[in-house]
Design a protein around this ligand. Structure first.
Ligand SMILES: [Zn+2]
Length: 462
């Protein structure tokens, strides 16, 4: 979760959550303990978190870098902003950055009183300086921004004891300033002179330094329900925050990734024996968002570092026009990860589809090698298998819930009929225990003994 930090310039801060619940008020060095004894403990202008682990602290023409994992200031700082933030030498950022924020599609915005220096993090170079009312039409000209914080819903720009709200989804500025006092109860008696959004938790015990999820501007919308434009916005945000790296846009609005890596999880092709490196290209952006969310969940929850697939890329030639050809589908074959000291590999075939099933007419009797043909509701076979690995039973069940929430489940519509299915019920998610049966064909459970089929949108051309 994200927390909003406000500084007073002389060493104190107020920390709130996105709903303005107070989490902390006191000395900054009590949370960022690595500041103790440094010249920053008496204050700095503002801060900016660029990736999970590093916070940049600005004071006058200089900046420092703070490592959250070790809770220490990195050595060899300060440096001059103008020297290391490319192209800022002849901008007001060379003198002082008064506030800073990440903006999806905009990379970073460095506020310098009433001017804004755009900074492209991918190019690592300034994109130009504009006035505050040019950057945010509707804001009064000459508004000197003293602090900027972001939530999923909005960018808040503070100017002394007043603030402005910029809607995150529409970019629309509410041109009416409002007093901080009374509207931000957690900041009562506190006038921010700097601030930033930290993607880490703060609790009564202090700063929680575990990695926090990367902000996704449409986190509550299933990937299947995103418009292509919204999906692109999510991917741009993930790109800006380093969770994935998109290649320059290709034809059709399809997405190519520079590396087949999302949230640190690598996608590898499974040839039936081993996995091998593969590229991620020609993805429908909604499918890429679903994959990114799956990777983030799997990495955070089960320490997954590799997802094995047997088909994910769209057909660049355009000849194949089903959901796979259009880059809207994933055939997921397995997962590998590390939990605690032990590592694991789970394959849909070996650990699920090739295992025994209960005898439907005699559930307590001897198990059978496979479901007899025929369409009917079934059960998740590992649940009744006393010899199944408990990790496989738990992880595949949890995985199913995650994929059914992002890709198509009961129907092929963006909204998706509720409630979500469970394994064994009819669904557009195909797997070894699916009700559909087609022993000789490709659209029954028999053809999905070795993978989960996941799709966005219709099965045929869309
Ligand atoms: Zn498939």
């Amino acid at each position: 979760m994200s927390t909003l930090w406000f500084f007073d310039g002389v060493g104190s801060c107020a920390v709130t959550d996105a709903d303005d619940a107070e989490l902390y008020r006191g000395e900054v060095r009590a949370l960022l303990t690595g500041l103790a004894g440094s010249e920053l403990e008496s204050g700095f202008d503002t801060a900016l978190q660029l990736d999970e682990g590093k916070v940049y602290l600005f004071r006058g023409p200089e900046y420092w870098r703070y490592d959250l994992a070790t809770n220490t200031l990195d050595a060899d700082y300060p440096l001059l902003t103008a020297d290391r933030w490319g192209g800022t030498g002849d901008t007001p950022a060379a003198t002082a950055v008064t506030a800073a924020a990440l903006r999806p599609g905009f990379s970073a915005a460095l506020f310098c009183d009433s001017e804004v220096v755009g900074y492209d993090l991918g190019q690592d170079h300034a994109t130009g300086t504009v006035t505050i009312d040019e950057a945010f039409p509707g804001m009064p000209p000459d508004t000197a921004v003293t602090a900027a914080v972001t939530t999923d819903a909005a960018l808040y720009l503070f100017a002394g004891d007043q603030y402005f709200r910029v809607d995150a989804a529409t970019g629309e500025v509410d041109p009416t300033s409002r007093p901080v006092e009374g509207n931000w109860p957690a900041l009562s008696g506190f006038t921010p002179t700097g601030g930033f959004t930290l993607r880490n938790d703060v609790t009564a015990d202090g700063l929680v330094l575990s990695p926090a999820p990367v902000d996704d501007p449409y986190a509550s919308t299933p990937a299947r329900g995103l418009t292509l434009d919204q999906a692109h916005q999510v991917l741009q945000a993930l790109h800006d925050q380093g969770a994935l790296q998109m290649a320059p846009p290709s034809r059709n609005g399809w997405v190519d990734l520079v590396e087949p890596r999302l949230h640190g999880v690598e996608l590898r092709y499974w040839n039936g024996t081993v996995t091998q490196a593969s590229a991620l290209r020609n993805l429908d952006p909604r499918n890429a968002v679903a994959l990114a969310r799956l990777a983030a969940w799997a990495s955070t929850t089960y320490g997954v570092h590799t997802i094995a697939h047997i088909g994910v890329n769209g057909d660049g030639s355009g000849a194949r026009t089903d959901c796979h050809g259009q880059g809207r589908a994933v055939d997921l074959a397995g997962l590998a990860g590390t939990t605690g000291d032990s590592s694991f590999e789970l394959y849909v075939l070996r650990d699920w589809g090739a295992r025994s099933v209960p005898d439907e007419s005699d559930p307590a009797g001897p198990r059978r090698p496979q479901w007899p043909p025929g369409a009917r509701e079934l059960s998740f076979r590992l649940e009744s298998d006393p010899d199944a690995s408990s990790l496989a039973a738990e992880l595949f069940a949890a995985l199913y819930d995650v994929v059914a929430a992002q890709w198509q489940d009961r129907d092929d519509q963006p909204t998706g009929a509720a409630p979500p299915t469970r394994i064994g019920e009819r669904s557009f998610v195909m797997h070894p225990d699916h009700p559909a049966s087609n022993p000789a064909g490709s659209n029954g459970r028999e053809a999905h003994a070795n993978h989960l089929h996941l799709q966005i949108g219709k099965t045929g051309r869309q």
